[in-house]
Design a protein around this ligand. Structure first.
Ligand code: CUA
Length: 157
């Protein structure tokens, strides 16, 4: 065999091994892992295997910083839950994931406006101080049903 061929063969094999090791490491961490940037990742295909997103909705928080965790699953073309009630004055950690394409999560008349990318958990910390009905709309074009993609947050006394 030619000398250079040998070198390239070993480079190829070496890269393959490195690739397989990386793949193995990622597989071990499948589920939800904080990415290096601090943004949590999630496999969009296995969103439902995550306790938070199996039955999305409002749940009391164990964290002293929040009263509730509010989980949403976005998919073409709806949000789950399609409606949720939150007691007035609650400190809420909102977490939204997508099972398919990029969606938006904008709560009209609030500062909440997030991009929901498949593979990431979009998080927003907020207080719901004012009673009322807040429309959630998708503001990233996601297909034919894009404009019908809504949900409602009802802040109640
Ligand atoms: Cu979802 Cu537009």
């Amino acid at each position: 065999m030619h000398k250079f061929e040998k070198i390239w063969m070993s480079v190829g094999t070496g890269s393959l091994i490195i690739f397989l090791v990386i793949l193995g490491v990622s597989a071990v961490h499948a589920g939800h892992t904080p990415a290096a940037s601090g943004i949590e990742t999630i496999n969009p295909e296995y969103v439902r295997d995550d306790d938070r997103f199996a039955e999305p909705g409002l749940y009391e928080s164990d964290d002293d910083e929040f009263d509730y965790n509010l989980y949403f699953v976005a998919s073409a073309f709806n949000y789950e839950p399609s409606e949720v009630e939150i007691p007035q004055g609650s400190r809420v950690k909102v977490q939204v994931v997508s099972t398919d394409v990029v969606h938006g999560f904008q709560v009209v008349n609030t500062n909440i406006n997030m991009m929901v990318e498949p593979g990431l958990v979009s998080t927003y910390r907020t207080n719901f101080d004012n009673v009322g009905e807040y429309l959630i709309v998708c503001n990233e074009y996601c297909g034919v049903g894009h404009t019908d993609m809504t949900s409602t947050i009802k802040v109640v006394e």
